[in-house]
Design a binder for this molecule. Structure first.
Ligand SMILES: NC(=O)c1ccc[n+]([C@@H]2O[C@H](COP(=O)([O-])OP(=O)(O)OC[C@H]3O[C@@H](n4cnc5c(N)ncnc54)[C@H](OP(=O)(O)O)[C@@H]3O)[C@@H](O)[C@H]2O)c1
Length: 492
């Protein structure tokens, strides 16, 4: 199985925060892979920028080191790596003081007609300063784009401020708000499954779908991100962006085309149709949790507060919600969302649970008829399983069995599966915003999240404790079981 590689136009990618964790772990390896596949011409430039003084050679050595650390030996070729490293250079600058920006302007002067992309791989409180400098030094050409990482704000008001600051330097069609979940193969495949097949769409509504589950579970703790995380929590860190974006793609109406604004218009309608969760219902439909000491794959693990080196914290490391989309298609269909750290497994998946059949023609004793489920797994092992009932093969008479039709990509297609960032970094160069969030989407998501945060604050309820290495507090299990349903578990 081969895939087509279409080279992109020559570009200059300026990674501000080029020496940081995101750049080394994700961005440089992703650009290397696209380069190795022949998608990035040799005359492209990747310019790292941050405050520390560094020569080009030192930044190239850091890039080489990052590629060795974060790309498997088998997927890396030394000669290609050396060619890639030649495209990399460095400028020292300070977003806050303005120092070094004339050096960047001088470096960019030779690429005035190229596509230019600024990737802001820095703390969000620097976004405004950086955009102001980019304007001040007249670095925005008609071919310029800017990529910003989450989080865009920490509530609706601050998100508007960030968006205003970026909007003073760039027009909306130049702004790429990245949510790397949208670059995952399975997420893009969700759109193809829904809109490239006749099979699902006629059933994709409250008449045939019982409920939807979206789980983004991490097995790791907060590690070195404790300060950021403790001021943020799972609702802001994961639900406002990743989980709501996935919910939108499951729930949206068929867009007119795959064009960015058609898709984003439909997603926005879903965000606006979400039934409010506020002081009236938050205690009934939301669960907050925080992990205490327990066990994970690597043995005994400390409690969240111990990782923080603190006595107490009111921040949630787990959240489960029962959301509802108040429109004709989804009336009465709950969307159960859950995400957390130090859970039993690292898994992200969307489960679309169909309704039970209306009447069984099979006698008792032939086996239970389970409702169909479509399970889309984002990580690990990206793939799709359609659970169906079949006759158990063999001469034992009519016995029914619940089995998955497995569409696992790793088995079906013998190719390396690109990381989400590979697709997204080059979509920026192609000017394709379909998999990026528009300003009104981000703000609509915050407008739904803010009342949940306010309701939690008002109720002054501490997060329920759960043991590290489990599936969260028992209240999260009760949240779905009260409705006569259970969280999906893979069993055969
Ligand atoms: N790491 C991830 O996997 C990940 C995932 C999703 C989102 N993000 C987001 O991506 C952003 C970067 O995260 P990170 O983990 O890479 O952070 P990080 O490791 O702390 O790196 C921050 C980078 O910014 C530079 N920097 C800091 N202040 C600066 C200034 N005033 N002017 C110019 N450069 C400055 C730092 O270098 P100097 O100190 O030399 O200036 C460093 O290169 C954050 O917004 C984060 O929320 C990260």
């Amino acid at each position: 199985m081969t895939y087509r590689v279409i080279p992109v136009e020559p570009f200059d990618y300026i990674v501000i925060g080029g020496t940081g964790d995101l750049a080394r772990r994700k961005l440089l390896p992703a650009l290397y892979h696209r380069f190795a596949d022949g998608q990035i011409p040799d005359n492209c430039r990747v310019i790292g920028a941050s405050r520390r003084a560094m020569s080009n050679e030192e930044f190239q050595a850091m890039t080489r080191q990052a590629l060795k650390e974060f790309i498997d030996g088998g997927a890396r070729d030394d000669a290609t790596m050396e060619r890639f490293v030649k495209t990399v250079s460095y400028v020292a600058l300070d977003a806050a003081s303005g120092e070094g920006w004339s050096d960047l302007a001088a470096a960019l002067a030779s690429g005035a007609n190229k596509i230019r992309a600024f990737y802001l791989a820095v703390a969000p409180d620097l976004f405004g300063d950086i955009c102001a400098r980019i304007s001040e030094f007249a670095l925005v050409t008609p071919q310029t784009r800017v990529v910003i990482e989450k989080p865009v704000g920490r509530d609706l008001e601050s998100a508007k401020k960030v968006n205003d600051a970026i909007g003073r330097a760039f027009t909306e069609d130049q702004i790429f708000r990245i949510d790397h979940y949208l670059g995952k193969e399975t997420v893009q495949n969700l759109m193809v499954l829904r809109f490239g097949n006749m099979l699902y769409e006629p059933l994709w509504n409250s008449a045939h779908i019982d409920h939807v589950q979206i789980t983004v579970a991490e097995s790791i703790g907060v590690g070195s991100r404790g300060d950021y995380y403790d001021a943020t929590g799972a609702l802001r860190d994961m639900v406002q962006n990743h989980l709501l974006q996935l919910l939108c793609l499951v729930a949206m109406e068929p867009p007119e085309s795959i064009d960015a604004n058609s898709v984003r218009d439909e997603k926005l309608k879903i965000l606006k149709a979400l039934k409010p969760i506020d002081r009236d219902n938050a205690l009934a439909v939301s669960v907050r949790g925080q992990y205490r000491a327990g066990a994970a794959n690597d043995g005994a693990v400390p409690a969240y507060v111990e990782e923080l080196q603190s006595d107490r914290s009111n921040t949630e490391t787990f959240v489960a919600l029962k959301a509802e989309v108040a429109n004709w298609r989804w009336a009465g269909v709950p969307f159960y969302l859950r995400t957390g750290k130090r859970l039993a497994e690292r898994v992200s998946e969307i489960v679309v649970a169909f309704k039970p059949i209306p009447h069984s023609i099979f006698p008792t004793g032939t086996g239970t008829i389970h409702p169909n489920k479509l399970v889309m797994r984002l990580q690990p092992d990206e793939g799709v399983k359609q659970w169906i009932m079949i006759k158990d093969p063999g001469p034992g008479g009519m016995q029914l069995r619940h089995v998955p039709l497995d569409m696992s990509f790793a088995d079906a297609f013998d190719i390396r599966h690109p990381e989400a960032y590979e697709r997204l970094l080059l979509d920026v160069i192609r000017g394709n915003q379909t998999l990026f969030m528009r300003r009104d989407e981000v703000e609509a998501a915050w407008a739904w999240i803010d009342p949940i945060l306010q309701a939690w604050d008002a109720a002054r309820i501490a997060p329920s404790a759960y043991t590290a290495g489990t599936w969260g507090p028992s209240a999260a299990i009760a949240l779905i079981e009260r409705d006569g349903r259970t969280w999906h578990e893979e069993t055969l």
